[in-house]
Design a binder for this molecule. Sequence first.
Ligand SMILES: [Zn+2]
Ligand SMILES: [Zn+2]
Length: 181
Amino acid sequence: MLFAHDTEFALNAAAALVNTARAGREELPDLAALDRFVTDWKWTGTRARDEAELDAVRALRPRLARVWEMTKDEAAAFVNGELWRASAVPQLVKHDGWDYHLHATPPDAPLADRMAVEAAMAFADIIRSDQLARLHVCSAEDCDDVLVDVSKNRSRRFCSVTCANRVNVAAYRHRRATRAM
Ligand SMILES: [Zn+2]
Ligand SMILES: [Zn+2]
């Protein structure tokens, strides 16, 4: 395993959050969609379940998305800023069947703050281990979803199995078409 389990999970959760607003899509159109995202990504802690909470989570996405384009110095400054802004205090906690992992905000902090700090803590891990280059944009031509390559051999290029299959099928067709000519 490249990073601690909670780091990998937090990185994938951050990418998933960014990907709810790529290429003009809005995949968090309402509170019900946010509820589903929170359940899918196993967020615990207090929820406000109001428009302000939804707005704050939506507003976090472009901020997080920029990290995929940042240099190491820029990313470090971003992480420090987020941790400072939320007065983050890392604590080892166990809950809901998860073994010890780090939380840096109390469970009653606003959802968007907890999401920002958890992403910042995970980015801190990859910056410290000089692995920022593992943040990629999907290699499929018509997809700009982000991903974090946590594979051992740095082989991940696509945001999803769907994109990988689509590109492989296109390459296969292209090879066949070229051979037929
Ligand atoms: Zn937790
Ligand atoms: Zn993709």
